[in-house]
Design a protein around this ligand. Structure first.
Ligand SMILES: [Zn+2]
Length: 126
């Protein structure tokens, strides 16, 4: 086992009870998949986690994740968390969140890029 991976897994061992999700989350964190986009000066933030199907958007304070597993299994009470939220918890604990800064002017473009048509309508001028 890779030493860096082992060190990270040890550091985040309180989450290891999640089994397979934990392993997947460790890999996600190691590859820099947990990202925080900050928009300045408003300090708006968007958290995302790179998943197998693309980026998923999370709000750990709710908690919420945009993935199907969260929608069908976590919010239905069948599972405690999805691996995206777990990845965030591990990254937050170990200081491995990849922080990207943007200006507020870029916020609309950012939303358009990530969410396509839905947000494009909302951010259109006039
Ligand atoms: Zn998820």
């Amino acid at each position: 086992m890779d030493a860096e991976r082992k060190a990270l897994a040890d550091h985040a061992s309180e989450f290891s009870r999640h089994g397979r999700k934990f392993e997947k989350a460790i890999d996600t964190v190691l590859s820099g998949g947990v990202k925080e986009c900050r928009f300045l000066p408003s300090r708006r933030q968007i958290l995302s986690v790179v998943g197998t199907l693309g980026d998923e958007f999370i709000d750990p304070s709710k908690p919420y994740c945009s993935c199907g597993n969260f929608f069908f299994r976590v919010s239905g009470g069948k599972e405690e968390t999805c691996y995206h939220l777990l990845s965030f918890s591990i990254a937050a604990k170990t200081g491995r969140i990849d922080i990207l800064e943007f200006s507020d002017e870029e916020f609309g473009d950012y939303l358009s890029a990530i969410a396509g048509d839905v947000f494009e309508v909302l951010t259109k001028d006039g």
